[in-house]
Design a protein around this ligand. Structure first.
Ligand code: PMP
Length: 391
């Protein structure tokens, strides 16, 4: 027996699934420097342009000057500071829930919530296109794990009928690789009928969606009785890092007492919480960011239709273009890069086989002129691509 890593890596390459990390030599923003070259980026999740906002940067700097850098320990030992606490209170108020709990990443928040709520004898039902962290959490929980067809309440009902024990229905709010919205009103109604709880990971909805950036629950006008477990991440539209779970007093206390990914990890740096408090304020109050972003989304979609590009059913800043073969998506991305645009090719296993795509994302930091330039480049590159069967 041996670990033949070289063979594994070679196979990955042969399938056009090898991943590489662009090396960024600049702050986030529409214009980035990658490997020393200026590129116009359409692949960040910084949907509201807050990652490099001077007031957020200042809040981080002032926070570090006052609180130092490291969290020092886990929240339960000596790592829970006033900035963390104030941010939790602000996030609870923002989401309209009694409490919120801060995590260092969305991956951890999802692992924590699912594994603390269900275990052996229980059931966890997930949309088949859920984010990897939710699927991993379901598998790790030890509960009976089943996936329902994407965004399909009838398929969920079928799964609910076979569920046992406490049952948690888990869905992305905005699907991260497709950009479409979970059909939450119908999914919540189905879950409620069977006494199941719904957990929504709205990593990509907070900020862009809802009149005040309150995400998919605000968009659909749903309340805590529909979605008792609400997760948001802070590394996307908030422009900082970390995540939160919002819910009832009992839910949050249960996570503090039982969630291993909460208990056994160092708290995030308190200065980061200071920065997020500032970005939360901007996200809630600067409506022009959402309005401009929505105009860009409409402009991009109209232009893509004119070019005959394969848009997906997305009203959000995630505007993937379906390509199909991984090799083709890679080539498209390479051609764009040659022309000065950074757009990632998303391939299996992140998306189902045969559905590789270009994941175009828009930000309120982009201008209309930049979107038009992207459209022109997309049209040019599309014409240069080999036909699918030759790829
Ligand atoms: N949930 C969803 C839907 C995501 O897209 C992501 C990040 N890509 C996460 C959770 C994980 O969040 P984080 O990056 O903060 O770990």
């Amino acid at each position: 027996m041996s670990f033949d890593l070289a063979a594994r890596l070679a196979a990955r390459r042969a399938e056009h699934l090898y991943r590489q990390r662009p090396l960024l030599d600049s702050p986030q923003g529409p214009q980035v420097l990658v490997d020393g070259r200026p590129l116009l980026a359409f692949c960040s999740n910084d949907y509201l342009g807050l990652a490099n906002h001077p007031e957020v940067v200042r809040a981080l700097r002032d926070g570090a000057a006052h609180w130092g850098v490291g969290g020092g320990a886990s929240h339960l030992v000596v790592g829970h500071g006033t900035p963390h606490h104030r941010l939790e209170e602000a996030l609870a108020e923002f989401t309209g829930r009694p409490r919120a709990l801060l995590f260092s990443s969305g991956y951890m928040a999802n692992l924590a919530a699912v594994t603390a709520l269900v275990g052996q004898g229980d059931s966890v039902l997930e949309d088949r296109l859920n984010h990897a962290s939710l699927l991993d959490a379901g598998l790790l929980s030890g509960a009976r794990f089943a996936r329902y067809l994407h965004n399909d309440p009838a398929s969920l009902v079928g799964r609910l009928e076979k569920a046992t024990g406490n049952t948690l229905v888990v869905t992305d709010g905005v699907f991260s690789m497709d950009g479409d919205l979970a059909n939450l009103p119908a999914l919540c109604a189905a879950a409620r009928q069977k006494g199941a709880w719904v957990m929504v990971d709205d990593a990509h909805g907070f900020g862009p969606l809802g009149a005040h950036g309150g995400g998919i629950v605000e968009h659909f006008g749903l309340g805590p009785e529909d979605v008792p477990v609400l997760v948001g991440t802070l590394g996307k539209a908030f422009g900082t890092a970390g995540a939160f779970v919002a819910g009832s007093e009992e839910l949050i206390e249960t996570l503090i007492q039982f969630a291993r990914p909460y208990i056994y990890t160092t708290s995030q740096p308190p200065a980061l919480a200071c920065a997020t408090l500032k970005s939360l304020e901007l996200l809630r109050t600067e409506d022009w960011r959402r309005e401009h972003l929505n105009r860009l989304i409409a402009r991009f979609r109209a232009g893509a239709v004119e070019l005959g590009l394969a848009l997906m059913d997305s009203p959000t800043p995630i505007q993937p273009l379906l390509i199909g073969a991984s090799a083709c998506a890679l080539e498209f991305s390479r051609l764009l890069r040659e022309r000065g645009f950074l757009v990632g090719a998303i391939r299996p296993p992140t998306v189902p086989a045969g559905t590789a795509r270009l994941r175009v994302t828009l930000s309120s930091a982009h201008s209309e002129e930049q979107v038009d330039r992207l459209l022109a480049a997309l049209g040019e590159c599309q014409a240069l691509l080999p036909a699918e069967e030759d790829a």
